[in-house]
Design a binder for this molecule. Structure first.
Ligand code: CA
Length: 235
């Protein structure tokens, strides 16, 4: 399988800082590619530091599986927050995809997302660790109410909250023609899944698709930092 990708990040139209981070790393022949997106939180500079630390620690954890890399990132944030008082309380989401051979393994904590787009159908692979998602699963609110729920920013899991943070893990088989999307909630709170699917369909190159998604989030208001990684699989 050949893997090509593009990553784009933008502060949006409302905020003046970008607390999102994203990073790809590939070996020389791109047989193994790791791509991570993170959405930091925690006043002053905490959010930026947490998301950057998370992607760096996860990418640097060579020879670990996807979920393990997320655990390593969590430990890096926990220890840094202990060492530096002004960073205490920082946290971040982290969604990481490790492409190797004919599989992708995903490690995930928080409300950033991984999607697969195959044969024109967009499937959300990860589950948001948010209060609103729990309400939705329990039938306490409708999908419509979830979209602009006042508590939609509250996460039930994030890196930096506790040492033994449970990490979601999944493995998918790759098919030529698959397109994967990793993104922060700055995209998914602004653009519907249908809108995302249309843009993935209309834009052939990963870099075109990535920028089209960023542009759509900003056209819809750009309330939040937005980061997307579009990853194409070909034979
Ligand atoms: Ca965000």
């Amino acid at each position: 399988m050949t893997i090509t990708w593009s990553i784009a990040s933008n502060p949006g139209r409302v905020r003046n800082r970008n607390e999102d981070s994203a990073f790809p790393v590939a070996d020389g022949s791109a047989q193994e590619v790791v791509i991570a997106v993170a959405d930091g939180m925690g006043g002053h500079i905490g959010g930026e530091v947490a998301s950057q630390l998370a992607v760096r620690a996860a990418i640097a954890a060579a020879d670990r599986d996807a979920a393990d890399r997320v655990r390593v990132a969590n430990e890096a944030i926990m220890s840094e927050a202990l060492r530096k008082r002004h960073l205490s309380g920082m946290g971040t989401t982290l969604t990481l995809a490790l492409f190797a051979g004919d599989t992708v393994s995903i490690g995930h904590v928080g409300d950033s997302r991984a999607y697969r787009w195959r044969d024109g159908e967009l499937v959300q692979l990860t589950r948001d660790h948010s209060l609103v998602m729990e309400y939705l699963a329990a039938g306490r609110i409708t999908e419509e109410e979830a979209l602009d729920h006042p508590q939609r920013n509250i996460l039930t899991r994030a890196l930096g909250l506790e040492w033994r943070m449970p990490v979601d893990e999944l493995v998918e088989h790759l098919r030529a023609g698959d397109r994967y999307l990793l993104c922060t909630d700055g995209l998914t709170t602004m653009v519907t899944d249908e809108g995302i699917a249309d843009l993935l369909d209309e834009n052939r190159l990963p870099q075109e698709a990535a920028w089209a998604l960023i542009e759509a989030a900003n056209l819809a208001g750009g309330d939040d930092n937005v980061t997307v990684a579009v990853i194409d699989i070909s034979a």
